[in-house]
Design a protein around this ligand. Structure first.
Ligand code: SF4
Ligand code: SF4
Length: 363
């Protein structure tokens, strides 16, 4: 990879909350022909980069649909990666003339925002939700476009949590360091020791909360981070009582603990598909425009409970196909879906929005 390319990816990685759109287009992967699969993704450059990496060895077409440079899940939840995005790229890419079949493979996490029924009506194409992760696409294609249960599930392993922690730390460092050293010119109490203390507190909250995340009780990412922040707050106060540093330091450290916890808690709430998304509804890009979205809505929001009206269920199994959290099971006896583990629901709305009988509700 060329140096400039690496630099571009580095910037996209650390500034991913800004959104880096690439031009909507059609990309040939390998040597596809008229029977090759057609995949769709959002036009966030990191998403495209990772998808193409995982498609090595597969002959297919990839349609890069407009999503304002926002990734698949945030874009689909926030109204940036929509049915219209798919319709527009199918119409403008010329794919109708390139392939002989009429099947589109969508990323599963686009289900909250993309409606295959409308795509069929408007374009005559069948849109299927493929696996959650790009790494599973090869297996999915080889399995005749059928997903295994594992390919439908979303996970949040340590590697991904560390990746997010790196981004949070970068943001905090960026937001904090420059104003701090400018203020330090006029305020002698803002010394190197206080700066290091601040960094240590930030690192502890950011990396600590994400590393121990699965062990913290609660189904909400925000509440998990808040609980962790409270523990750090007590530790900081305890540390100051034992070593009695000075009152200014104590107040400063308390403010830093609260601020970093709030930033990570709110950010975390919306930037991972494993927990309920508030920002998902608005997305970070819109959040930039309206900071109230980021800071004004900070509240301990309880999860709504997913409910099914079984009388109305027509047994289409769409909910089982799009749910990334294994909430449903299918009852073969009455040919209807049932809720197996409601407490795993992250209120992503994929099933509610896609249910063919409108018999699901979150309340
Ligand atoms: S049950 Fe919950 S987690 Fe599963 S798709 Fe529906 S809203 Fe999303
Ligand atoms: S998507 Fe709706 S109609 Fe289809 S199986 Fe699930 S609950 Fe029933």
């Amino acid at each position: 990879m060329r140096l400039i390319e690496r630099f571009r990816l580095f910037i996209a990685y650390f500034f991913r909350f800004v959104g880096f759109p690439i031009e909507p287009s059609i990309i040939k992967v390998g040597t596809p022909d008229q029977n090759s699969p057609v995949l769709i993704t959002a036009n966030f450059n990191l998403t495209v980069e990772r998808l193409l990496k995982n498609l090595r060895g597969i002959d297919c077409y990839v349609l890069i649909a407009p999503s304002n440079g926002i990734n698949v899940w945030c874009g689909a939840c926030g109204g940036d990666f929509t049915t219209d995005s798919v319709i527009s790229i199918v119409k403008t890419s010329g794919i109708n003339e390139i392939v002989s079949h009429r099947t589109l493979i969508l990323p599963q996490l686009s289900a909250p925002g993309i409606n295959p029924v409308i795509i069929k009506k408007e374009l005559g194409w069948d849109a299927k939700f493929g696996p959650v992760y790009a790494k599973d696409i090869k297996g999915y294609i080889e399995n005749q476009f059928e997903k295994t249960d594992e390919q439908k599930r979303i996970t949040f392993p340590l590697k991904k949590r560390t990746e997010m922690a790196n981004i949070y730390f970068f943001i905090v460092l960026l937001l904090f360091s420059i104003p701090y050293w400018i203020a330090a010119i006029f305020l002698p109490m803002l010394n190197l020791l206080l700066y290091l203390e601040t960094l240590i507190i930030s690192i502890t909250i950011i990396y600590g909360s994400l590393i121990v995340l699965p062990s913290i009780p609660s189904n909400s990412g925000k509440i998990k981070v808040l609980l962790f922040g409270v523990i750090i707050l007590f530790l900081v106060i305890f540390f100051h009582i034992i070593f009695y540093i000075n009152l200014f330091d104590l107040i400063w450290d308390i403010i830093i603990v609260i601020l970093v916890t709030l930033i990570v808690g709110e950010d975390f709430h919306g930037l991972t598909p494993t927990y309920k998304s508030d920002l998902g509804e608005k997305s970070w890009t819109q959040g930039k425009k309206d900071m109230k979205v980021v800071f004004g809505k900070f509240k301990l929001q309880p999860y709504g409970a997913i409910k099914i009206n079984q009388e109305e269920c027509i047994g289409c199994k769409v909910c089982l196909d799009v749910c990334p959290r294994d909430v449903y099971r299918f009852n073969e006896l009455n040919n209807k879906a049932e809720i197996k583990q409601a407490n795993r629901c992250i209120n992503c709305n994929a099933c509610v929005n896609r249910c063919l009988a409108n018999c699901l509700i979150i309340e």
